[in-house]
Design a protein around this ligand. Structure first.
Ligand SMILES: [Zn+2]
Length: 361
């Protein structure tokens, strides 16, 4: 989820928490429904307040996952709030079955603690018996009880074994004890997809959010399974295995027009750019096209080439660099050994390498 579509809320424990713009649609939807039911302004505000409180609980849930992951050596970059729930983005996830179990359980556990605290509050301070409460709409009176029920609902819903939801992750981690992570993910993914289809069909009749959640599960399960397949196939290889030593080369002072003419004749995703015979940067196809749009044919390569790209080492594990390139949308990286340019790593070659190795397994 790109941050430019999100409103940044804060940075607890160094984790950027932001709310996605679509969240405003949720608020608009609540107002619309409330107005159409003839609710008063104070009632509507109460409903909005309730949703806000609920999403604070969702943030705490995601922080639960995140802090557990960090404690176990993972890295969490951000938490994004969507109308359908929260998402913690982990750049490094603990992968051992026991660790994954703890990280997955930590989220729902937070909501159990919140529910218990609310229960304690209700038992101590609340005077109205439950059977005398009104549940038509949310009021100051029933607010804590409704919030407690909502937290318990979050727990129950998240524990449905629909990978990549929490329950599905717990299920996979349990399976991983007995079989390979790849096999465990495949089973969890298949079961997750069955649930996703049930959610989508049920959602069409009852609740549009369930449809969206269903699609999220479908795509999420597929995406993560693909990633683990890559990991499984690439785990024994390093950059050296697919380094391409014959690459197209241009000078930083060359024009974009010259690069455009050469582009047709090269098979890589771009050029290595040199200045005075030394490596100076990378010009990818995409940067060339946008450079042509901005500066025309007379523009210089030095003005659009990338000089900030990481220098990859020949011994870097392939899967590690694959994740890095995917995440940062980098298609061509320079490869160095002892400060000498050895060649380039092309994402397209990496994908082909994966397909070939997978076919031979
Ligand atoms: Zn969770």
């Amino acid at each position: 989820m790109q941050s430019r579509y999100s409103l940044k809320l804060g940075k607890p424990f160094g984790i950027q928490v932001s709310v996605h713009w679509t969240f405003s649609l949720l608020i608009a939807w609540i107002i619309l429904i409330s107005v159409s039911r003839g609710m008063e302004t104070t009632q509507i505000l109460m409903h909005i307040l309730f949703v806000m409180a609920l999403f604070v609980c969702v943030v705490l849930h995601e922080l639960g996952h995140s802090l557990a992951a960090i404690k176990l050596g993972g890295e969490v970059t951000s938490i994004t709030l969507l109308p359908i729930g929260g998402m913690a983005h982990m750049s490094k996830m603990p992968e051992k079955p026991k660790e994954e179990f703890i990280v997955s359980a930590a989220g729902p556990l937070v909501n159990i603690v919140i529910a218990a605290l609310l229960w304690g509050y209700l038992a101590t301070f609340h005077t109205t018996p439950i059977n005398q409460m009104e549940f038509e709409s949310i009021t100051i009176n029933n607010f804590p009880l409704m919030l407690m029920a909502a937290n318990l609902f979050i727990v129950a819903f998240n524990l449905i074994p629909a990978f990549p939801m929490d329950g599905g992750r717990l299920f996979r981690s349990a399976l991983s004890v007995r079989m390979s992570r790849l096999k465990a993910t495949q089973i969890a993914k298949d079961i997750g997809q069955v649930f996703a289809i049930i959610f989508i069909i049920a959602g069409l009749f009852f609740n549009p959010f369930l449809v969206i959640i269903g699609f999220f599960i479908l795509l999420g399960a597929k995406g993560e399974y693909e990633m683990i397949k890559y990991q499984d196939v690439l785990k024994n290889y390093s950059v050296n295995d697919i380094l391409s030593t014959s690459y197209a080369e241009l000078d930083a002072e060359d024009s974009l027009g010259k690069a455009a003419e050469e582009l047709i004749h090269i098979s890589d995703n771009g050029f290595v750019i040199k200045s005075d015979g030394e490596y100076a940067g990378i010009l990818t196809k995409n940067d060339l096209i946008s450079g042509l749009n901005a500066h025309g044919k007379e523009g210089k390569i030095r003005d659009v080439m990338r000089t900030d790209l990481d220098h990859v080492g020949t011994e870097t594990p392939l899967f590690e660099i694959y994740q890095h390139m995917q995440k940062n949308r980098e298609y061509l990286l320079p490869v160095f050994s002892d400060d000498q340019l050895k060649g380039v790593l092309d994402l397209e070659n990496l994908n082909e390498f994966f397909l070939i190795k997978k076919a031979l397994v």
